[in-house]
Design a protein around this ligand. Sequence first.
Ligand code: 6PG
Length: 239
Amino acid sequence: MDLRVYKDKQEVAEQFSNYFAEKVNKAETFHVALSGGSTPKIVFDVLAQNFSEKIAWKNIHFYWGDERCVPPTDEQSNYKMTVEHLFSKIAVPQENIHRILGENDPNREALRYANLLEINLDRVEDVPQFDLVILGMGDDGHTASIFPHEIELWNAQDHCVVATHPDTGQKRVSINGKVINMAKEVAFLVTGSSKAEKVKAISEKTEGFEAYPASLVNPKSGNLIWFLDEKAAFGLSKN
Ligand code: 6PG
């Protein structure tokens, strides 16, 4: 595991943005799956502010690893957050934005989106391959929208699944574990002290760590980077 620890959320966002810019500027076409959550929001602000002229946005195709089943105008929508913090501030062609339609029937949308990924992306062993999947981790160890109580969705047959938030019952559409682990690169953005216990459990493989979906992220390419702030990395043994 490549663990990179930075002072705070802001520094995580800045370092991730540098890494992202370098990667995408080397590619002719780059397919990335975005994440919701509080750290990506700051990343989008940094990208919009510091990289709007420094990244070839027209070469990037944007997808989502997961979306809440709400309309795109809803405060809960990951798409809305991305428009507000990034897309409204950069020159990205509309046809490069491939959102999960949260307003649609979840089961049908999961099928539609899986189909779209299968058409738009190269496939390896029949699994759509992203250049980069960006992930967060919830306090309970969930990632994308694969929660501990539905961990079996990780290996679901369909490349996109319908998940249910354990507390609110909100439906989500999420890519499954096969798609995550087929990505050329996977980057976790994890900040804050509420994540420290799970980060330690996963990185040190302490008892019960397999119950956390985030622990199943293990791309075949071997390219997995955790961008952490000091709070999330608290308690990790340094070696
Ligand atoms: C979502 C997510 C989710 C998120 C984590 C971490 O839409 O809810 O994609 O997996 O990344 O909950 O969120 P924070 O960055 O806010 O801790």
